[in-house]
Write a protein that binds this ligand. Sequence first.
Ligand SMILES: [Zn+2]
Length: 65
Amino acid sequence: MGADTAAADSSAPEPGGGGPHPGDHHTSVVERGAFAVALCSCGWKGPARRARDRARRDAGEHTGG
Ligand SMILES: [Zn+2]
């Protein structure tokens, strides 16, 4: 598949072509050894915490919750 390229009009821009969306905040907590760090899709990164719950709190404060 992939040979049919003339079937659709590709002049319309697609919203969201993939990758991180600036302004969109999807946080997640990852573990770095004995620490937990909050990460966001906007590129933000929280400080390393000893408690995973604490890192989640950092993420919550970042998103305004
Ligand atoms: Zn963010």
